[in-house]
Ligand binder design. Structure first.
Ligand code: NAP
Length: 463
């Protein structure tokens, strides 16, 4: 049973290569643009010209939703992957092949074909602009990635078929990876499953590995969440624990395995930056840490979704007076989120010198933990680990809290921390660390796979 979906920018050869692959595998071939022309009885330039791009995208969504579920090769329009609902339909039990080419090649190929313009820009500038805008979406659709700039369609098709048979890594690399995973603290059942996926006799070479990179990592809820989401959306991936004291070692194994991506946790969020080929604007320039690494087409691209996880539950408190406890990795993302919500922020930390450094980066005030006695904030955000251990107490005394104020504890194991219980008892509004976990995971899954998972689905899966 096979479903192969070609994606990529215009002029990368999706239709030509897709047809050859379909012919060689004896599978039917569907080009979604041709289907749109068939169902509407009009050419795509005519649809764009008469009814605009939005109408075209609506018809495209309907066509994609109605595609057969199996035994087919599909070529999609260049912008189809941008829509997360399309990605749900395209990803289900499919292998997604991204074709790409350099801008000179695309310009040359496109100048000979009538295509509806997507912007008012001249052709070359339009290509650069649209490739840049869609880059993240193409990466989310790149199970197999092939550069068609200097290859013929027949050679590209051969590479696709070869990769479909062998996968994107070698037998030796899989064996080396198993030796690495044995040194981590994966439970025996999970380790056996991982070994079967990597080297078992019935293994599927196209199953991609990804995981949480940390030390420790064994406490993470991400493997259970991701593997449940893979099941739900029919994605051929397995998520595991990349636990090692050396980030170097984790990245080496991830690259050897051609891992789909990594969620990065303590203590590697800052160090991970130096292994990246690209970083997004928020992670790189502002926060200086990543929690998400997407591997696509030979590159490692870093993002930070932690700050979005802090920001979303606090949107209604825009402009508040806030105190942030802690000045570590998560506090940095939190400080960025609070500043982004125009809050007046005071950062308090056990080591006040660290609070000062962080405060100066984001234009906040700072102090030691004792300085909370003098403050009367609307919001307190705990970004210290206090509350994680069974014998931990709340970082606050009852005097620090008053009815009506909001307390957001970023600690999420356990969900009901001493601070949350204390704040509830004193009539505060409370937000648990699960809310941050849900939001950051939702954004992360979107970066990895282009699918917008409903918050409620994630909440149910982590409950
Ligand atoms: P980190 O970089 O190690 O920073 C820890 C911060 O907490 C530092 O400012 C440290 O102060 C302070 N701290 C540590 N122990 C303390 C203590 N006993 N008393 C007072 N302050 C103390 O850790 P992180 O990566 O920022 O993670 C912090 C917490 O965020 C984690 O433990 C986790 O519970 C939570 N988290 C939640 C999510 C989520 O999705 N909800 C995601 C990631 C992390 P010093 O500078 O003085 O050492």
């Amino acid at each position: 049973m096979r479903r192969i979906v070609f994606t990529g920018f215009r002029g990368t050869g999706k239709t030509e290569v897709g047809k050859i692959v379909a012919g060689k595998l004896n599978l039917p071939f569907i080009d979604t643009d041709s289907q749109i022309e068939q169902v509407t009885g009009r050419s795509i330039p005519d649809i764009f010209h008469e009814e605009g791009e939005e109408r075209f995208r609506t018809i495209e969504r309907q066509v994609i939703a109605g595609l057969p579920a199996q035994d087919v090769v599909i070529s999609t329009g260049g912008g189809a992957v941008v829509n997360p609902v399309n990605m749900v339909h395209l990803r289900r039990k499919s292998v997604m092949v991204l074709l790409y080419a350099d801008i000179d090649t695309i310009e040359k190929r496109m100048s000979s074909k009538p295509r509806p313009p997507l912007t008012g820009l001249p052709l070359r500038e339009e290509i650069a602009e649209m490739m840049d805008r869609r880059r993240q979406h193409y990466h989310a659709a790149a199970d197999i990635c092939i550069d068609t700039s200097i290859t013929t369609p027949a050679a590209a098709a051969d590479t696709v078929i070869r990769t479909l048979n062998t996968g994107t890594t070698t037998e030796d690399n899989r064996k080396v990876a198993i030796a690495f995973f044995r040194t981590g603290r994966i439970n025996p059942v999970a380790l056996k499953k991982l070994c079967d996926i990597l080297t078992g006799k019935d293994r599927d070479p196209l199953t991609r590995i990804m995981g949480v990179a940390g030390y420790p990592a064994a406490h993470s809820r991400s493997p259970a969440l991701y593997n449940a989401l893979f099941e739900k959306y029919g994605i051929n991936c397995h998520y595991t624990f990349f636990e090692d004291p050396e980030l170097d070692e984790i990245i080496r194994v991830a690259r050897q395995l051609d891992a789909r991506g990594l969620s990065v946790t303590i203590p590697f969020k800052q160090d991970a930056m130096k292994y990246l080929d690209e970083v997004d604007e928020h992670a790189a320039r502002q926060i200086g840490a990543v929690n998400t690494v997407v591997f696509a087409c030979g590159s490692a691209i870093g993002y930070n979704t932690d700050w979005l996880g802090v920001r979303k539950p606090l949107i209604s408190l825009k402009g508040s007076d806030a105190v942030l406890l802690g000045a570590g990795g998560v506090a940095t993302a939190a400080a960025y989120a609070l500043a982004d919500l125009d809050m007046k922020v005071t950062i308090l930390n056990r080591n006040a010198g660290r609070a000062k450094i962080l405060a100066e980066r984001f234009g906040c005030s700072y102090g030691g933990l004792g300085d909370l006695d003098q403050l009367r904030p609307d919001l307190i955000v705990n970004a210290t680990p206090l509350g994680m251990n069974p014998d931990d107490h709340s970082p606050l005394t009852d005097d620090h809290l008053r009815e009506g104020m909001t307390v957001f504890d970023l600690v999420y194991t356990p969900p009901e921390t001493p601070l949350i219980l204390q704040a509830r008892r004193l009539g505060c509004k409370t937000i648990t660390g699960i809310e941050m976990f849900v939001e950051q995971a939702k954004e992360q899954f979107y970066l990895f796979f282009g699918i917008d998972v409903p918050e409620q689905t994630i909440r149910e899966l982590v409950a």
